[in-house]
Each structure stands twice: as C-alpha cells, then as structure tokens.
Design a protein around this ligand. Structure first.
Ligand code: ADP
Ligand code: MG
Length: 755
C-alpha cells in the first residue's frame, strides 16, 4: 500500500517536474508552476476543443486543440531537452495570448479583464523582475492599444472609459507591487547567494586551512617520527658508548691493579716525584733498601740531604742529576750509579734509572747493586790472582830447580869441607841464601795455591803454640797471649802451609809493632752459622777459627782492601815482598777456608781464619829429627834436568846409596823393568816434559805394585802431587832440598814396614 502510494507520488512528482531535477529550489518551483499550469491548460483545452468541434464551431475547436498541442509539445520539449526557459516563455506567451483573447472578447460575463491581474504576479515570478516587467508592460501596452483603438465590431467587447482607467490603474498597481516584491526578493536572493558564496568561500577557506592543518599535522607527525628514529639511534649509540666506557673503565682498573701489584711486589725500589719536587709514592722495596719512608723524605731536597750527607759528593750528584734531567727526552731512562747513605747510616751502591714522564713527574727505579758490585770486584780480584798465580807458579818451578842444584852442590862441598876451612862460612851463607830463596818460592806457590802436597790430619793448637814459642824467642818486646780451645777440632791440611800462614801473620804483626806490643792468639770451634754478615757465601759445616790480633799501627780502609794482592807492600821493596798475605790467602782458599781482616789505623789489626774442621780431635803432629840418616840400598833417581840428576846422584852416593839415573819418565820405565828386583826406592820428579810424574808413577805401579816412590817437585799443577800421594805414593819432598831433608825422607820410607 505504502509502496504503491510512493509510486503514485513519484509519478506525479515526475509529471509535475517534467523530469527535471535541479538543486535550485526556485527554478524547480518555476518549473513545477509552468508544468502544473500547462497540465491544467491541457486538461481544460482538449475537452473544450472537442466540445467546440462537436458543437460545430470547428474553427474555434481546431484552434483550441492546436494550442493544446503546442502546450503538449512544449511539455515534451521540456522533458526531452531539460531546457525550461523556452517552455516558460512559450507558456507565458500562450497565457498572455489567452488573456488578451479573453480581454478583447470579454470572456465570460465580460469579466475577461480580471484574469489580467494575475499576469504580473506569475510572469514577474517566472521571468524575474526585469523581463517580467517588460512582458507585463508589453501586454499592458497591447491592451491599452486595444482600448484606444476601440474597434466597433460585435466580436470585440466594449469597455467603459471608467473601467479602462481603473483597469490600467489596478494593473499598474498590481504590476508595481509584484515588481517591487520581486525586486526585493531578488535582491534578498542576491544577498543570500552572495552570503552563500561568501559562506562557500569561507567553507572553502576553512577546508583549505583544514587541509593545510591536516598537512601540517602530517608533516609534524612525520617529523616527530623522524626525530624519534634519530633519538632512538642516538640513544643506542649512547648506550653503546656507555658500555664501551664501562668496559674501558674496567680494563683501566684491571691494568691499574696489575701495575700496582707489579710496582709493590717489584724487587726494585720505585719512587714517583712530582713536578714540584714532592715525593708522591715510594714502594715497599724502596723502604726496605734505604729505610726511608714518605715521612722521612717528603721532598727531593730532603732525599738528597739524607742520602748524600757528604756535601761535596752531594753537590756532584745533584749537578749530574739535574743536567741529565735537563737533557732527557720524556720516557727516556738515564741510568746512573751513586753511593747512597741509608737511614741506619750504612752505605749502599745503587743503580738509578730515572725516567721523566710526559706529565713532568719523575719515575725512578732503584737497584741495590752493593752485593753484586762487591762480588764483581771479588771475581775480578780472583781472576787477577789466578793469572798472577799461574805466573808465580811457573817462576817458582824454575827457581826451585835452580835452587835444588845450588843447594845440592853446596851440601856436597860442605860435607867435604872442615868447619875451620875459610870457605866453610861462605858455603854456610850460600845455604842460608838458598833457604830464603826457597822461602820466597814457597810464598809464591802458596799464593798460587799450587803448593798443597802432603795433606794430613793436623792439630792446629800445637802448631800455633810451637811457632808462637819460637817467635817469642826472637821478638822479646812483644808479649804473646794464647787462648786456645782445649778440644779444638782437627783439620785436614798441609802442615808446612799452615805453619807458613801462622809465620806470615806473626811476622806482619811484629812489623806493625816496631816498638813492641801485644799479640793475642786464639783458636775456637765454630760452625757456618757463626760466620755471619760476610761478603762471601759460607759452606755449611764445622770450622776452626784462628784469630791473630795485634796492637800495632793498624791500616786505613784503602790499605785493607789491597793487602791480599801479591806484591802489595807498604814496607818498601827492600824490606817487604808483598807476598806474605797473598800466600796466606792462597793457602786458606786451597784448604776451603775463609779469611777476614779487621783493622783501624792506630788501633791494631785482627786476622780471622776459618778452616774446615774434621769431626775428631787433631792428632799429635810429626816432629822431624835433626840428623843426617844414611843407607846402602839401590835407588833410582828420575828427573828431566841433567843438573839435578848429577847433583842428586852425588848426594845420594855420599849418603851410601847406589843410584840408577833416569832422564825422563819413559827411560825410567825401561830401566825399572830391568832392575825392579834390586831397586828399593824411586825418587820421581813430578813435572817433566813427555811422560810426567803422575803417569810414570801409575806405570811403575803396574810393573811392580809393591814399588816405593818418593815424589819430588818444586811445583804442582792443580793439586797433582796431592792426587798422586792419595793414589798410594809413599812420600813427597819439596824442591829445593838439602842433604839432611833428603836423607830423612828416604829413611822414613825405607824403614816403614811394608803394609
Ligand atoms: P809484606 O809484609 O811483605 O809487606 P804482606 O803481604 O805480608 O807483605 O803484607 C802486605 C801489607 O799488609 C803490609 O805491607 C802491611 O802494610 C799490611 N799489613 C799486613 N799485616 C799487617 C798488620 N798486622 N798490621 C798492619 N798492617 C799489616
Ligand atoms: Mg809480610
């Protein structure tokens, strides 16, 4: 029901609008109006025309129908073309024509003119004020023309002048009001549309600004996004940097820790002095070396004052230190060595390595090289001694052979010379000179450490006493005090050499006390633990300590440092040889001992000698008889020197022996093979070219294991004599020897029971 209603409404609407659809309400109203009028006209005209035709008035009927057709055509045109202006003109023209027709014909009851009053109303509405006015006035003009013409025909109606005037006036009034009304409306309309345009403009502007705003908003959002992205990036970068810094910080702390440990645990002293001269840091080793802490030396100045109390030395150190500092490039070390006085007053030799850093701070490394320097000096001394020892040994060897010849010859002549003979005294003095000559070579050999031959267990107390007693006899103005350990350990040593040590020390003491004085001799048992604070390393074990102290002139430090050097003497070459203490030193070393000296100028001197001890007490020492002993056995004399062979043979024959001579080792062996059954003893020289004493001894032993051999030498290469003696050789005689010494040695061996 509702839909069909809607359908009818739409259809009627379509008919009334003529199919035109426009937004403009006014135009649509005009179209509706013309269409409605047209439809009403058609609905009236078509039946009217048909009635006219039926009634016989065909002209009118056809006319009416034609007009209706025109209106219908007009309708179709409107619908087809959508142009509403032409149909409006056409419609108005038709209405005007119809109104005029009604006027001239008088219409129904002569009231045709009344329709005229509606004409301005819709014409002005439909055509607007100006055109409507023109069309309205045109119709009025035509009507006035008709009125004035006043045609006299039955077809036309005649109106009274009064009516005509009233008609025109009324028409004009209606036209005028309609015109005014329309003009006002149009103006209002215009204003409205102007307002509308303004409004539209405003809206457009608003739209535009809204768009702009939108754009700006978008731009803003884009920028915000960009900024945010940038910020995120920067933030990431920042986080990375913070992480890196933290890592770098940790690495720094780690390396700082490492370096701190390194500096604190360093075996070297380390100090850091600021640019202003203030001490910033001292490591524990620094304080260990010098005893000074930061509280002792807060500035470099204070350090120099304390470390170098001697003004002259201090000035020297400061000037070379500052000049070094001035020239040094940052980071370049400038090593130097000075003697520093420590807090406890002791002096130390210090190697400095100062480095100036980029900051201007000074970093100094200190190495205590006191011990090393001392050891180096000792090593140098030892090397020098070694070289001199080789030289001394060589000289002693040759001299001893010469002296043996002189001694032998002198002994031989002396035997044949009566003590009353004028030459006897001279010969005795030659014997004495040879003795002091051999003494000299003995010192040389002692120093060269090559004189260690007959090593036996010894009681040092007895030796000490014996020599002291002899010494006391010769030096009456010196009182000797002995303080000997009652159960002193024995030692393993060469008796002659220990005597040599003691004799040298006593003689030196006597020389130091020319106007007399006191000599204190002491022996004590000690162990390595008692030998403390020495520049040398002590081998563990028990030792005996011999102390020889005098109250003599003493020595200054410089002298003390040199006394063990061979040929160092302060006594002048006429009196001193400078070999005494050198040989003492050599002998002590050769016996594995140590020697110290303590002396002060004007206060006397103390020598301390440590010798390795035997576990048991020392035995009784051997005492040699003073007489010449003779024999009748057959002996073989082996030597490389013809002179010694000759003199030796004569000496032995004079003692009653039969002698076979052998020049050199090889000869000795061939001869011994031949005569081994008759030869009772071989006197064998040790140093010979070709086959030496050692090898000859071994070969002899092979030929006859029972062979008896007396070794003879003025010189021993690196303890060879000692070795041969240890291999079972029966005895040793030191060249040069005299008749008495030789005779006793031979009998000592020959009279010994064969083991
Ligand atoms: P010499 O006695 O021939 O001079 P030494 O080697 O025995 O040679 O001694 C070397 C130096 O040591 C001596 O010249 C002397 O200056 C010094 N000397 C040795 N012993 C003493 C001492 N007991 N008192 C003072 N000075 C000594
Ligand atoms: Mg001396």
């Amino acid at each position: 029901m509702k839909t069909s209603n809607n359908h009818v409404k739409r259809l009627t609407d379509n008919i009334i609008t003529g199919g035109i659809e426009k937004d403009d309400v006014e135009i649509m109203l005009k179209v509706r109006m013309i269409n409605l009028m047209s439809i009403i006209a058609i609905l009236i005209l078509v039946p009217l025309g048909i009635v006219d035709l039926i009634r016989g008035s065909s002209t009118i009927g056809i006319f009416v129908l034609v007009i209706a057709a025109v209106i219908i055509f007009n309708q179709f045109y409107l619908r087809k073309s959508g142009d509403y202006v032409f149909p409006i003109y056409c419609g108005i023209s038709l209405v005007a024509a119809y109104f005029f027709y009604a006027l001239i014909t008088g219409g129904v009851n002569n009231t045709g003119y009344l329709w005229y009053f509606t004409f301005p109303l819709f014409t002005l509405f439909l055509l607007g004020a100006k055109r409507g006015a023109l069309v309205t006035l045109l119709l009025l003009f035509i009507s006035i023309l008709f009125f004035t013409m006043n045609p006299s025909s039955s077809r036309f109606t005649v109106y009274s002048t009064d009516l005509k005037i009233r008609f025109v006036a009324s028409y004009l009034v209606i036209f005028l009001f309609s015109y005014l009304f329309e003009t006002l409306r149009e103006k209002a309309q215009q204003k409205l549309s102007l307002k509308n345009v303004e409004l539209e403009d405003t809206i457009a502007e608003l739209k535009e600004s809204e768009e702009k705003l939108q754009k700006a908003h978008e731009e803003l959002e884009r920028r915000v996004e960009e900024r945010t992205a940038d910020l995120v990036k920067v933030n990431d970068q920042l986080e990375k940097e913070i992480k890196e810094r933290r890592q770098a910080g940790e690495a720094l702390r780690e390396s700082e820790d490492r370096y701190r440990v390194l500096v604190e645990e360093s075996p070297f002293g380390v100090s850091l002095v600021g640019k202003d001269g203030r001490c910033k840091y001292l490591n524990p080793t620094f304080t260990e070396i010098f005893g000074y802490g930061l509280e002792d030396i807060s500035t470099g100045r204070e350090w120099f004052q304390k470390a170098y109390p001697d003004q002259k030395y201090r000035e020297k150190v400061i000037s070379s230190w500052t000049s070094d500092l001035r020239d040094a490039v940052p980071g370049e070390p400038r090593p130097c060595t000075y003697t520093v006085t420590c807090k406890d007053g002791s002096e130390k030799i210090i190697h400095f390595r100062p480095v100036t850093m980029e900051t201007g701070d000074q970093f100094v490394i200190y190495e205590d090289i006191t011990e090393r320097t001392q050891l180096e000096a000792q090593l140098q001394l030892a090397q020098r001694m070694e070289a001199l020892g080789t030289l001394a040994g060589g000289i002693a060897h040759n001299f001893n052979n010469l002296l043996t010849g002189i001694m032998g010859n002198t002994s031989l002549i002396l035997i044949d010379t009566d003590p009353t003979h004028p030459h006897y005294k001279r010969l005795k003095s030659i014997e004495k000179l040879v003795d002091s000559g051999s003494n000299l070579t003995r010192q040389l050999l002692g120093y060269a450490r090559k004189g260690q031959y007959e090593v036996r267990a010894l009681n040092v107390n007895l030796l000490m006493k014996e020599i002291a007693d002899t010494f006391a006899l010769t030096k009456k103005d010196i009182s000797v005090h002995q303080e000997l350990e009652s159960n002193l350990h024995g030692i393993h040593a060469d008796q002659g050499q220990i005597e040599q040590i003691l004799w040298n020390l006593y003689v030196n003491a006597a020389d130091a006390m020319p106007a007399g004085g006191e000599l204190f001799l002491r022996t004590t048992n000690v162990t390595d633990k008692d030998i403390k604070d020495k520049p040398y390393k002590v081998k563990p074990g028990t030792y005996i300590l011999l102390t020889v102290r005098d109250t003599g002139v003493g020595m200054d430090r410089k002298t003390t440092e040199r006394i063990f050097e061979p040929f160092f003497t302060t006594k002048g070459l006429a009196k001193g040889t400078g070999l005494g203490l050198a040989s003492v030193y050599g002998i002590v070393k050769a016996h594995g001992g140590y020697i110290d000296v303590d002396s002060k100028k004007g206060k006397g001197t103390t020598f301390s000698i440590y010798l390795p001890a035997l576990k048991k007490q020392g035995p009784e020492n051997k005492v040699t008889p003073e007489t010449i002993e003779r024999g009748k056995e057959m002996l073989m004399l082996v030597d490389d020197e013809a002179m010694i062979l000759e003199v030796g043979q004569e000496m032995l024959e004079m003692l009653g022996y039969t002698v076979i001579q052998a020049k050199g080792g090889e000869k000795a062996l061939t001869l011994y093979k031949k005569h081994k059954d008759v030869v009772e003893l071989v006197i064998l020289d040790m140093v010979m070219p070709g086959m030496g004493g050692g090898e000859t001894y071994d070969q002899l032993k092979e030929i006859n294991p029972e062979v008896r051999v007396l070794l003879s030498s003025g010189y021993s290469i690196d303890g060879q004599a000692k070795e041969i003696l240890e291999r079972g050789c029966d005895g040793f005689i030191q060249k040069p020897f005299n008749m008495k010494q030789l005779s006793q040695k031979i009998r000592e061996i020959l009279d010994k029971e064969h083991s």
